[in-house]
Design a protein around this ligand. Structure first.
Ligand SMILES: Cc1ncc(COP(=O)(O)O)c(C=O)c1O
Length: 463
């Protein structure tokens, strides 16, 4: 396949013309860019921050270079349509949920990111929550068991849509292949939050992208895994998608001034993956295998890996027997300038680059060896429960209604028995323990306190 920078070429033609700007944005091709930023970012960056002029098409009525660019991305990911998003996966999930289950019941696994709950509120959809399984040792979320979904399909024949997460924040896909096959066989429309899975399509050695298993709508945060600017995401419509037109819904939700920097970055990121993705990932996986073998020799730090969970190797979750997740993250940051994606009470999560850099990998390994050796004589830390729950709190008021109701603040300890008025979560990972409308119980309080929460923390409850 040959690749074309449809959007970038048109941007460049305007920059090369030295066009004089009597249009937005107000920095006038960077001429008025504040000095502090111009010095740091250079002039050319600003010049590409253009708007819907001349040949630059319009994201909301794409018929020119943006349309061509999106079509090319669709061909790279083998889907019917790809829509560029300039407000992250958040807006793609909102659009997908509004398109498929506005005002209807929908199956929602309990380990979803807060953006899905927000979308349910916007779409006035009614979630039927699916309980999730947790890893027995570390209580990380695995997802929904296929037999659980089968049971819910029997009990709720009126539900027509399933939401899925592929992979989890820690890179687990567990029974997702079984789930989507079951859902498709049962006639459900499948929407997948693949925020962390934009790269999965490019290697048979990785867990499968749900796109390749016939999901209807899949939203991917390209900015999370690919070399794309923050907020750059896409909504893919699979070949089976038969629902309402997506473009008008995206227009309803997205800015009428989409950033051309962001859109050009999405285009360049898609070409990068088309040209180099498969080979680069194969090479990196080869190098990571050696790295993981070395890690396995450490005494106090272990990589969380279970072959039966269908794990994405680019997500490295490390657990020390001597430090909590927060302490390990702090040591890596303060002593070795290594900034991790997130930590929870138990471990730290690192997102490895799709193109492995040997020097960086060596430094990471050296840091882990140093921590391992220096901590070998310390007492072991007790494993505390992570911020995920198998049980689903009792729903007292519907999510959408509770969201808009009047609230008051109470210390969390006094809130047990009351109806939650907010999303009770830690960010990251942004997966709520309880959401508006649910009754706060002892389990929620215990998990809050086990994860650096205090009994005096103020939370919102319904009045
Ligand atoms: C699993 C998951 N879904 C959705 C989102 C929202 O994605 P975005 O930040 O691209 O809007 C996130 C963000 O962290 C996420 O982790």
């Amino acid at each position: 396949m040959t690749y074309t920078h449809f959007l970038l070429n048109n941007l460049r033609a305007i920059v090369d013309k030295k066009a004089v700007s009597y249009h937005t944005p107000g920095h006038k091709n960077g001429r008025l860019a504040p000095e502090a930023l111009k010095n740091l970012w250079g002039q050319s960056f600003w010049q590409y921050d253009l708007t819907e002029i001349d040949s630059l098409d319009n994201l909301h009525f794409a018929s020119g270079c943006i349309r061509e660019s999106q079509r090319q991305a669709a061909a790279i990911w083998h889907v019917k349509e790809t829509y560029y998003l300039i407000n992250g996966t958040t807006v793609g999930l909102q659009a997908a949920i509004m398109a498929c289950c506005r005002g209807q019941k929908v199956f929602v696994p309990r380990h979803v990111h807060r953006s899905i709950y927000h979308s349910l509120i916007l779409a006035q959809a009614e979630p039927i929550y699916l309980p999730i399984a947790l890893d027995d040792e570390l209580s990380l979320p695995l997802g929904v068991a296929a037999e659980t979904l089968a049971d819910y399909i029997r009990r709720y024949p009126e539900v027509k849509t399933l939401l899925m997460v592929n992979p989890t924040y820690q890179g687990l896909t567990w029974e997702n292949e079984k789930l989507i096959k079951l859902a498709k066989a049962s006639g459900l429309t499948v929407i997948v939050d693949e925020a962390h899975g934009a790269h999965l399509h490019f290697s048979p050695q990785l867990p499968m992208s749900m796109l390749d298993l016939g999901a209807d709508l899949v939203v991917q945060s390209w900015h999370k895994m690919l070399p794309v600017m923050t907020q750059g995401s896409v909504l893919h419509a699979g070949y089976d998608y038969q629902g309402v037109e997506l473009a008008p819904i995206l227009s309803l939700l997205q800015s009428t001034s989409p950033s051309y920097l962001l859109m050009a970055s999405l285009e360049a990121g898609s070409i990068f993956m088309g040209q180099e993705g498969a080979e680069m990932i194969a090479q990196s996986l080869h190098e990571l295998t050696v790295f993981f073998q070395k890690l396995a020799c450490l005494n106090t730090i272990k990589r969380f890996y279970r072959s039966e969970y269908g794990q994405d190797p680019f997500k490295l979750y490390l657990v020390s027997s001597k430090y909590s997740g927060a302490e390990l993250a702090e040591l890596l940051r303060e002593r070795f300038r290594i900034y991790v994606e997130m930590n929870d009470s138990v471990g730290v999560l690192l997102i490895l680059p799709l193109k492995v850099n040997q020097d960086e990998l060596e430094s990471l390994y050296a840091a882990l060896v140093a921590i391992d050796e220096a901590s070998s004589l310390l007492a072991d830390v007790a494993l505390s429960p992570t911020f995920y729950s198998r049980s689903i709190p009792q729903q007292a008021v519907s999510l959408a209604e509770a969201f808009y109701r009047t609230k008051q603040f109470l210390p969390i300890q006094s809130a047990v028995g009351k109806v939650c008025g907010q999303f009770l979560l830690k960010y990251p990972p942004g997966i709520p323990l309880a959401v508006p409308g649910e009754r706060i119980d002892d389990n929620i309080l215990a998990l809050w306190l086990a994860n650096e929460g205090k009994s005096s923390d103020m939370i919102q409850v319904l009045v």
